[in-house]
Design a protein around this ligand. Structure first.
Ligand code: ADP
Ligand code: MG
Length: 240
């Protein structure tokens, strides 16, 4: 569903992505971890071309995303993205935030978008907050609305960039639960997170990135019990 082929990216002289190869199968959940500044956000942002690449190719469901002929609006409709900061529209209610893209991009009627939006709010446990504005919601609730908003476009894949790292600790669990439920539905997911409990329990594979390279990619039990590379060992020891 997602394929990175010898991907390189530079910010001026800084070589931030250094020859990444990675295949993510349909329905697979991949957790990406690694030290701060190692290129995780940049890597995940290349999938929907929020960051361009200078070398290699990236495919989503067979479509080369870095091909200049690719329609980026269409691509971004198929690739849901949840950021660390919730970035909901503050002047729109929860349900309006979710309805916006289906109506604008998919020409859905307001009634259809509302039905879809309410079913998604139900899935993330927030049907009762449909008419609330973001400022009236907790961080965890806002992030759950942001996930519902991403799902409203019925994407082929969902990308998460540290979706819980801006949350108060007591709210992390509710967001991870929504992500876990989503994984159970067979969604293809690429998640940058340091929630190693989530990685152990939900991920099919853990990918460890350091200095723009994939140093290790393994099943969680293998990665956590027997990391091969020194840098991965060191990273894991610092988390505990
Ligand atoms: P991570 O998400 O793993 O912390 P990032 O992908 O955010 O890492 O950053 C990787 C490297 O690229 C860092 O050295 C960072 O400072 C640099 N970087 C990120 N975004 C930009 C940018 N827009 N311009 C220049 N350098 C950037
Ligand atoms: Mg980051």
């Amino acid at each position: 569903m997602i394929r990175f082929e010898n991907v390189h990216k530079w910010f001026k002289d800084l070589h931030v992505i250094n020859g990444v190869n990675l295949d993510i199968a349909k329905g697979e959940v991949v957790v990406v971890c690694g030290p701060s500044g190692s290129g995780k956000s940049t890597l995940i942002r290349t999938v929907n071309q929020l960051e361009s690449i200078q070398e290699g190719n990236i495919y989503v469901d067979g479509v080369c995303v870095n091909d200049h002929k690719t329609n980026l609006n269409k691509l971004r409709a198929e690739v849901g993205f949840v950021f660390q900061s919730f970035n909901l529209y503050p002047h729109l209610t929860a349900i309006e935030n979710i309805m916006l893209s289906p109506m604008k991009v998919k020409n859905m009627s307001s009634a259809e978008a509302k039905t879809l939006g309410m079913s998604l709010l139900e899935k993330v446990g927030l049907a009762h907050k449909a008419e609330s504005y973001p400022s009236q919601l907790s961080g965890g609730q806002q992030q759950r609305v942001a996930i519902a908003r991403g799902l409203a476009m019925q994407p082929k894949v969902m990308l998460f960039d540290e979706p819980t790292s801006a949350l108060d600790p007591e709210m992390v669990g509710e967001v991870l639960k929504v992500m876990k439920d989503l994984a159970m539905t067979g969604m293809t997911m690429m998640c940058v997170t340091h929630e190693m409990g989530f990685a152990r329990e939900v991920a099919d594979r853990v990918v460890f990135v350091d200095q723009g390279e994939i140093i290790e990619a393994a099943k969680p039990e293998e990665f956590f019990t027997n990391p091969k590379h020194d840098r991965a060992k060191q990273f894991l020891s610092q988390l505990r």
